[in-house]
Design a protein around this ligand. Structure first.
Ligand SMILES: Nc1ncnc2c1ncn2[C@@H]1O[C@H](COP(=O)(O)OP(=O)(O)O)[C@@H](O)[C@H]1O
Ligand SMILES: [Mg+2]
Length: 315
């Protein structure tokens, strides 16, 4: 498989401090790839090296087939960037932002107009495109920044914390927008985030980063399945009897009681539901309901870092 980004032992030191510690990253083409980690983990530093804004202390990175140090100009031509901190000019309209960016990126004059219309269509600003951006909502500003990053048709788009500080509704609308992008154009999206739900719902693959190192990478589904810690919640009027029965089953790793609910912790819950119901029936135990839940990425993060992401994230 050819990767659109491949780093080998990439390191960034700020004086004595190692912000990125020997990272080997492989990002498959046409995916949404997430770098998930708390504040200070090294996400922006890593992305800045891939975008040629920072020079690595050592190691190599190839982006779109170009070396980030030796062929920095080629790298820049083939990527779009949306920075973590907002970078819009209050007194320019949405359309003017796009015009300026198209000129900066050398989009040829004869296709410039068409490109701008194409991006305006994509980011659906409507009439607001003709207004100064100081009147835009947080979500509109973010869409404009993402659209601006697409004007020169990059093969790779970097989004550093794309929904930072946005309310949950706006975040969800940005997520579906990012998904649409990936489905409709030939592009790979690398995003960083410290929101677990964002990584879970959006990314094809996630790399967990902590203190400058990538600890684990895989699809969110595989990461969660690997924990082997599903929960079956059974509701029953015969809680005591049910607990006793379940305690003696080899597939049960642990049990917790909560009112009429009995939670049993198992490796893989899906195929156990009929078995559990039959067991209860044949022991005259009534089961009112049964619910299966899988672990979340939060549990995955805890397993690999020993901490909750919320505990490590400075507000
Ligand atoms: N220019 C810099 N000089 C010194 N330290 C820096 C610089 N940029 C980042 N750092 C430090 O490197 C670490 C990683 O920062 P950063 O990459 O911004 O993390 P993240 O984006 O994951 O929040 C932090 O401890 C930060 O304080
Ligand atoms: Mg950052």
């Amino acid at each position: 498989m050819s990767y659109i980004i491949e780093t080998k032992n990439i390191i960034k030191d700020f004086d004595e401090f190692r912000a990125v510690n020997s990272i080997n990253l492989k990002v498959p083409r046409n995916t949404i790839y997430g770098i998930l980690g708390p504040n200070g983990a090294g996400k922006s530093t890593l992305i800045s090296m891939l975008c040629t804004i920072l020079t690595p202390t050592s190691g190599t990175a190839v982006v779109n087939g170009y070396d980030v140090v030796k062929e920095a100009n080629n790298v820049r031509q083939s990527i779009g960037i949306v920075f973590q901190t907002r970078a819009l000019d209050d007194i320019l309209t949405g359309r003017e932002h796009l015009e300026m960016h198209a000129a900066l990126y050398g989009v040829p004059g004869d296709v410039r107009e068409e490109r701008i219309e194409e991006v305006l269509d994509l980011i659906a600003l409507g009439k607001k495109a003709e207004e100064e951006t100081k009147n835009y909502s947080g979500g509109m500003k973010r869409r404009l920044e993402i659209g601006r990053g697409l004007i020169h048709h990059p093969k790779l788009l970097f989004l550093d914390e794309p929904t930072l500080g946005l309310d949950i509704q706006t975040r969800e609308s940005i997520w579906s927008y990012i998904e649409e992008l990936k489905n409709n154009i030939d592009i790979t999206i690398l995003l960083t985030t410290h929101y677990l739900e964002e990584a879970d719902s959006l990314c094809d693959e996630v790399a967990i980063i902590n203190q400058g190192e990538i600890i684990k990478s895989d699809s969110p589904k595989n990461l969660k399945e690997e924990l082997k810690s599903d929960t079956l919640t059974l509701t029953s009027p015969n809680v005591e009897k049910l607990c006793h029965l379940m305690e003696n089953q080899s597939f049960v790793n642990d049990i917790a009681k909560d009112g009429e609910d009995v939670k049993i912790f198992v490796a893989k819950g899906g195929n156990l539901i009929p078995k559990v119901v039959n067991l209860a029936n044949s022991n005259d135990i009534e089961i009112k309901s049964i619910e299966l839940s899988h672990p979340s990425l939060e549990e995955v993060f805890v397993k690999y870092t020993g901490r909750k992401i919320s505990d490590t994230t400075r507000k």
